[in-house]
Write a protein that binds this ligand. Sequence first.
Ligand code: G3H
Length: 542
Amino acid sequence: MSPWEDAALASLFPTADALPERVRVKPEAHRPRWLVDGEIREAAGSARPVTSRLATRSAAGLAPTLLGEEAMLTVEQAQAAVAAATRAWKQGEGEWPAASFSQRTRAVERFAKAVEAKTDDIATLLMWEIGKAWPSARDEVTRSVEYIHDTLAELKRLHDEDFTLQTGTAGQKKHHARTTRRPLGKVLCVAPFNYPVNEFLTTVVPALLMGNVVLAKTPRFGVLANLVLVEAFRDCFPRGVVSLLPGDGRVVIPAVMGGVEKDLHGNPSAVIDVLAFIGSEGAANAILKTHPVPITLHKVLGLGAKNVAAVLPGADLDAASTALVKGALGFNGQRCTAEKLVFVHRSIADAFVAKLAAKTQALKVGMPWDEGVTATPLPEEPKLPWMRELLDDAAAKGARVVNEGGGKGTFSLMRPAVVYPVKEGMRLFHEEQFGPVLAVAVFDDAGEVLDWQRRSPYGQQAAVWGPLDTAAPLVRAFARFVARVNYNDVCQRGPDSFGFTATDKSGFGTLSLREALLAFSRPVLVQSPEAAALDVMTPGAA
Ligand code: G3H
């Protein structure tokens, strides 16, 4: 038996009989559906069972739990969605792209209500599909509903600002102008499994609000949670404006991205105008290569990250250790913003690591519906073997797991591990683990931490913990390499009014309430020496 096996954890998985009533899922209710051309269709023939790594325990052992079915769309079905989207877009003159801001706003308000009404259904599926603990699963939905309302308010502000009369002079001549915004076209949205609903809606909703037509590839884990919204999408938006595309991304995404039309000259013109993608760098690169006319593609990408935290002498070790255990191990470390490497100054390293170990040890392991649980089943089957490879590699090169039982597990459950001291040459020093492993390295001089960041291909966020006088130069230095530096706080996406962005291989473009609206639209100016004329002729004036 592997030294990492902890068979005792098997008892935490429920038997079919012992499952609490409120979390039961009826597989027959989750048919292999998809949304195309304003119709909910059931995949004829080609579907796969959707199973959960929240295993069911029986005398035979642990086995994945059946949740429902996913439609495995063919290339032809994906192309049918592209054709429907093209009809809905109608060169920018379709019903939705040509609708007024207030018409679109009303549709999105209706949609927000429909999402809110399904909060518990979606959260229940998030528990099953990705193992997210109940409070966080609910929070993912409520945060998304708030995001929609905040985006609506931001759109109003943006519209008012844009629409304000501008006056300029060129030579002796006076010019007046008003600006409006128009959609970019057909948007492919691809969301990740760790926030399959929230990071789906945070791209889909701003894209729709600005008048675009959306083809949304549902994530591999979280597909059923998103399909809870299939009726709402059908009922709130005109035919073809939203397509929900389940299935194998390697089949569906190239079929959508590769869509080509002919322009006036008979030259190829791409169907997809915008890619909004949150996931891995490798997948993003593969997708981008399938676009036929790359210069016309707008993109917003949220990719991998290996955020570091630096803990300096004089830092509040209690506050920093509590926050970093949550920052690194919250949702089992499966957050792009998680601290994936914590550098601690040698003078405080032993004391700090002891606190990290004790606080990690106290984290409750169990099922997502268990009260106070932190460590829950991991949705990806190869995740446990991969985490163990990283731990074995670190151990072979001189580090050790400092919390008792850390790294041990069974089936899809793993006790979170604190590994120390992680050094150059170990995989954990540079590889994004995206799992329940808190890697701790030691430094003597802050220059070593900066040297790591300078050489890292990632550039999302960093965190600095310590007194103002010693932290300030480090914060300033980090600001040259990452997109956000957090002082005495963990790395995180929120609040949503702040821009969420990254540099280098961690991302491209910014998502926030305002920036997302800008990312899915372009400004159009109407100018004239006759100011009064602009009141009636600028699009959006009515
Ligand atoms: O996985 C990446 C998410 O955008 C992280 O968001 O910091 O709110 O957990 P969060």
